[in-house]
Design a protein around this ligand. Structure first.
Ligand SMILES: [Cu+2]
Length: 241
């Protein structure tokens, strides 16, 4: 072999090793991502439930917020850990066309669920995404049982809702009352879109102000004060028979 040929061969070997290394590394990255079911589409902002969130009762709907207009053809499917469709319900597009929502009808038992969605845009293109949530009814023991009353008062004091976690009967009216000289809010998930249960969004409540909402549908309603999220001013309601 002549010297230039040996050099060419060496160069070829180096290039092949380099390319193989790249392919192997990318392959490794792909497979390590595979077990995660959190797949974000373009324009995805957040969801209720959030990815990996644990609920004590079933959510009343699945709400996914985007930063772009949704179009018809958008879909949400909920499957259990066996891959079986776990919930049916109507699909709606709300909040100036940026919130994709599926009502959850029927009863979801304890377990892990995967939400698969298809987000479609006005130009006709669609993207598939997914996330997971769980229901674990054992944690309901952290909730104060206030069922059987037509009306329940939740105080806002010390940068907290009091009581923070409650169980109420369907058709119960909750009255929030601000007992301190700090402006508070009652806002449905998520922050800052507030699209999960829009009836549960107050104006700013000053000292002595009240806000009320009637809860009809059984399920879990998490909420927060938009002015005091970092301070942990959070609340949760479970509506159950
Ligand atoms: Cu507040």
């Amino acid at each position: 072999m002549k010297k230039p040929q040996i050099l060419n061969l060496l160069l070829l070997i180096i290039v092949v090793i380099f390319i193989s290394f790249f392919i192997f590394n990318n392959f490794k990255k792909d497979t390590s991502l595979a077990p995660s079911s959190f797949v974000k589409t373009p324009h995805f902002l957040d969801s209720t439930p959030m990815h990996d969130e644990i609920y004590v009762a079933q959510p009343v709907n699945i709400t996914i917020n985007f930063d772009f207009d949704l179009a018809t053809g958008s879909e949400i499917f909920v499957v259990d850990d066996q891959g079986q469709q776990a919930a049916t319900g109507d699909i709606k597009i709300e909040d100036s066309n940026t919130a994709l929502k599926k009502d959850l009808t029927g009863q979801l038992s304890d377990g892990k669920y995967k939400v698969m969605y298809k987000a479609c845009w006005p130009d006709g293109s669609c993207h598939d995404g997914s996330f997971e949530f769980s229901i674990d009814s054992k944690k309901i023991s952290e909730y104060l049982d206030m069922r059987g009353r037509g009306e329940v008062t939740v105080k806002m004091t010390g940068l907290k809702y009091e009581p923070e976690k409650i169980i109420i009967s369907p058709e119960t009216k909750i009255v929030w009352e601000n007992l301190e000289d700090i402006g508070h809010f009652v806002n449905t998930e998520t922050h800052p879109e507030h699209t999960y249960f829009p009836s549960q969004n107050s104006r700013e409540l000053k000292l002595g102000d009240i806000f009320e909402t009637v809860f009809e549908k059984p399920g879990q309603y998490n909420y927060h004060c938009s002015a005091h999220v970092p301070e942990g001013m959070l609340g949760a309601i479970v509506v159950a028979n």
